[in-house]
Write a protein that binds this ligand. Structure first.
Ligand code: PLP
Length: 381
């Protein structure tokens, strides 16, 4: 089965009790047993729920994995991965990282004796300098947020395999339509399903997908034992969202490309960060590991003035100023004062995250309206 067919039919079955074509929302916490232990595969909805199972099977299918796990949020999924580790273990992570991931690593797990190294992985051989006998996991995010850096997943996976490390990839920005990390040698894929998988900004959810049975069993144990599962209604919504993932992401990419080129040619714009430009430092790797370049773009204004960036995001009409990304509607964000405000100014400027940086999640509206919106806001500065 090819990708577009999988988003609709991947590992799905019509409901066995009624023949319902769409998976029903099994809004139940528990299941009748005939005799102790004699049941139809479900006992209690933290452990398993038929709507969640249908979604988990779908997740495995679209990521070319064997096992899918759905959680109450992306961070709950990350939490489960780090719980595979023990005190004293070390993790090597990308430095341009989703803020919440950085926070859970440093503010929650360092306290339990896990050590994190945050490094630039533009050149993967850098990773080897940080590997020692305590290293257990490599954490990669690509494209990164908000600087749109690209990391060579296949090259990192070779280093992971050589050193017997688990490689986890946060595939939220790319989605499995654009990039399939398990095929490139990753062991765990993580998603904030809140973003493109759900696709409609109406649910918060996380996901993991793996190939290996032993690793899946450990993660299922943590999912059930720690209990950060998602509910049946949310499972239904994300399952429905995934059915249009391929057509949505195609349009996100088309619109993203048009917006990136419009911004790059605009006199009031400084730098534009989008992996589709040939001038992007890792454009060749993006071309190799991604089908297209996505709808996430960051840009700065000419002169890099904070007040100019604020004026633009305040005056955009179709792009809503809001946290999050990946929904059908276009969003704008100002990382320096919103998602990345907790990072010290010198630290973020060193990584290119300057005061005027604006991040766009380009939606699937008419492209002419999106460009007119950006143009009229840019005219004001
Ligand atoms: C949003 C996001 C997360 C966190 O997911 P939640 O669903 O908000 O918990 C992790 N990684 C990336 C890249 C994200 O965009």
């Amino acid at each position: 089965m090819k990708f577009n067919t999988k988003t609709i039919h991947g590992n799905q079955h019509h409901d066995p009790s009624t023949g319902a074509v769409m998976t029903p929302i099994y809004q139940t916490s528990t299941y009748a047993q005939k005799s102790p232990g004699d049941h139809k595969g479900f006992e209690y909805s933290r452990t398993g729920n038929p709507t969640r199972s249908a979604l988990e099977n779908m997740l495995a299918s679209i990521e070319n994995g064997q096992y899918g796990l759905a959680f109450g949020s992306g961070l709950a999924a990350i939490d489960a991965v780090i719980k595979l580790l023990n005190p004293g273990d070390e993790v090597i992570s990308t430095n341009d990282l989703y803020g919440g991931t950085f926070r859970i690593f440093t503010k929650i797990f360092e306290k339990y004796g896990i050590k994190f190294h945050f490094i630039g992985m533009g050149n993967p051989s850098e990773i080897e300098k940080y590997i020692n006998t305590n290293t257990k996991l490599i954490w990669v995010e690509t494209p990164t947020n908000p600087m749109m850096n690209i990391i060579d997943i296949e090259a990192v996976s070779k280093i992971a395999k050589k050193n017997n490390l688990i490689l986890a990839v946060d595939n939220t920005f790319a989605t499995p339509y654009l990039q399939q990390p398990l095929d490139l040698g990753a062991d765990i894929i993580m998603h904030s399903a809140t973003k493109y998988l759900g696709g409609h900004s109406d649910v918060v959810m996380g996901a993991l997908v793996v190939k290996d049975k032993e690793l899946a069993d450990k993660l299922y144990f943590i999912q059930n034992a720690s209990g950060a599962v998602c509910g049946p209604m949310d499972s239904f919504l994300v399952l429905r969202g995934i059915k249009t993932l391929h057509v949505r992401v195609q349009r996100h990419c088309e619109n993203g490309k048009a917006v990136a080129h419009f911004l790059a040619n605009h006199p009031k714009v400084g730098k534009v960060y989008w992996p589709g430009f040939e001038s992007h430092p890792n454009h060749e790797i993006a071309k190799k590991q991604m089908r297209d370049f996505g709808g996430m773009i960051s840009f700065t204004t000419n002169g890099d003035k904070l007040e100019d960036a604020i004026k633009i995001v305040e005056n955009l009409k179709i792009f809503t100023l809001a946290e999050s990304l990946g929904g059908v509607e276009s969003l704008s964000g100002h990382p320096a004062s919103m998602t990345h405000a907790s990072i010290p100014r010198e630290e973020r400027i060193k990584n290119g995250l300057v005061d005027s940086l604006i991040r766009l999640s380009v939606g699937i509206e008419d492209i002419d309206d999106l460009i007119a919106d950006l143009d009229s806001a840019l005219k004001l500065i």
